[in-house]
Design a protein around this ligand. Structure first.
Ligand code: CTP
Length: 202
């Protein structure tokens, strides 16, 4: 009977009507957490960026594309709901394109400049708007523990899950992961390489 919000997948930042900037997130970890939570009896809302994963029965899925849409969608849900836990698994794009073109950019230019603008840090804002236990994710390539602990503090989180983008069988795209969980109280647990759905249940 806990009320849980999960975000999953990448966001897409449009450049013109046919192109976008995005990242390699598949959404598998976030969907696995949403499904595990539902199976444990929770009421789950899942905000998902563009992914290729079937819907989870009895999970309320809200599809979004851009970071700003994810931000808007979370704000609407936070006004209507008191969540017990929020898992911010999505790989939110830090920037969007300043002057998105309404017409397709032609291939005749010698060079092109894209100006990028910072997106809001959705997770950091949530700590002010919600009393839920907050779980963030950190995907790093170097100094993982240091970076993850910095984010735990900066974003006022209760927990942060660290995984590495440059480790075989972990991070983006694959069905498996190897993660470290840190709590604000200084606890650290390592979950050895395993399927994402099994890690989600733990
Ligand atoms: N996040 C968010 N809003 C953003 C960027 C990130 O809510 N604009 C969330 C992610 O969903 C994740 C956590 O913050 O749970 C960490 O994301 P990450 O991109 O690693 O953090 P950043 O603060 O953007 O740090 P970095 O400079 O390493 O990209």
């Amino acid at each position: 009977n806990k009320k849980i919000l999960v975000t999953a997948g990448p966001t897409r930042e449009p450049i013109d009507p046919v192109r976008f900037i995005s990242n390699r997130s598949s959404g598998k970890m976030g969907f696995a957490i949403a499904k595990a939570a539902k199976n444990y009896g929770a009421v789950v809302d899942l905000i998902s960026g563009p992914v290729n994963i079937p819907a989870i029965p009895q999970v309320n899925i809200i599809d979004v594309e851009t970071s700003l849409q994810m931000h808007e969608s979370i704000n609407i849900l936070l006004k209507k709901n008191e969540y017990d836990y929020i898992f911010m698994v999505a790989a939110v794009s830090d920037y969007h394109i300043k002057n998105k073109k309404n017409k397709k950019i032609k291939g005749s230019h010698k060079s092109l400049n894209l100006e990028l603008y910072k997106n809001p840090d959705i997770l950091k804002e949530i700590s002010v708007k919600s009393k839920a236990k907050l779980i963030g994710f950190a995907l790093e390539t170097h100094n993982g523990e240091k970076e993850a602990l910095k984010k735990l503090k900066k974003k006022n989180l209760d927990y942060i899950v660290l995984n590495y983008a440059n480790e075989d069988g972990a991070g983006f795209e694959v069905n498996t992961n190897h993660v470290f969980l840190y709590s604000k109280n200084g606890d650290k647990i390592e979950f050895p390489l395993d399927r994402k759905d099994r890690i989600a249940k733990l």
